[in-house]
Design a protein. Sequence first.
Length: 95
Amino acid sequence: MKPGRSSGSINSSARLLTVPLPYFNRLVMDVGLPKKRHCAVETLSGGMKRKLSVAMAFAAGSRTIILDEPTAGVDPYARRAIWDLLIKYKRGKQI
């Protein structure tokens, strides 16, 4: 592991954000990563990391979310999953 990098799992990310676990579980299911929740984040593919980062943006609970090209460089399936997540969780938020 490189210095300064964490080997945290998706579950540990939820604890760092102090997100209610049922809400975070739903986000993980919606981005299609339930089987990866105990894996180190570094082991995820680029598309999976991108989906996770968008889910974490929503999990933080902010009303304003700034995303810079959230679907750049991901395959069509991951792109559709990210857009579905944005559509599903955008209520009451500025994206």
